[in-house]
Design a protein around this ligand. Structure first.
Ligand code: PRP
Length: 176
């Protein structure tokens, strides 16, 4: 497999600085409260891992796996629940951690799924937001970066399962 170095869209140090600020804001907003953090696999695992280290609160971590893209660069339009959380979130403060809000379909579906379980409050942290593709209105409480309409990879985000390990957000160029 040949080595390919994608163009950098957001450098590692910019991500670190932004996550510190998000962690501080979350810590302040949930002061004296417990928090259940739900990491949306797979893409959000790197962001979530760095973010929770910056949240100074008693939190519990849960994972949920949702998938709509398969190996394509376009959403299939269906969101599949591949793995559910194990905790009961009734009456709890929930922070969903996503890597990217693109069409908004994944988050819309997840919010509907969680609302039925009657949490106290649900907030959303997303590292990236691509407004150009938005089809479902989504409010992002803690946003890392708004980005232009490019297919991004790295820092947890993949193309056909690859590039998640890149320490920065890169741009996938056609032909790679
Ligand atoms: C990606 C990403 C978000 C979702 C955003 O997940 O991690 O969950 O797409 O797109 P949307 O706003 O258009 O719904 P993907 O289905 O690629 O799964 P993955 O996280 O396992 O890579």
């Amino acid at each position: 497999m040949e080595l390919y170095t994608p163009e950098v869209m957001i450098a590692e140090d910019e991500i670190v600085t932004r996550i510190e600020a998000l962690g501080k804001a979350i810590t302040k907003d949930f002061e004296n409260e417990d928090l259940v953090v739900i990491c949306v696999l797979k893409g959000a695992f790197v962001f979530c891992s760095d973010l929770i280290k910056r949240i100074n609160l008693p939190l519990k971590l849960e994972f949920i796996s949702l998938s709509s893209y398969g190996d394509s660069t376009n959403s299939s339009g269906n969101v599949r629940l591949e793995m559910d959380i194990t905790a009961n979130i009734e009456g709890k403060n929930v922070l969903i951690v996503e890597d990217i809000v693109d069409s908004g379909l994944t988050i819309k579906t997840l919010l509907e799924m969680l609302a039925i379980r009657r949490p106290k409050a649900v907030r959303l942290a997303s590292l990236l937001f691509k407004p150009m593709n938005l089809k479902h209105k989504v409010h992002i409480d803690y946003l890392g970066f708004e980005i232009e309409d490019k297919f991004v990879i790295g820092y947890g985000l993949d193309y056909a399962g690859r590039y998640r390990e890149l320490p920065y957000i890169g741009i996938l160029n056609a032909g790679n």
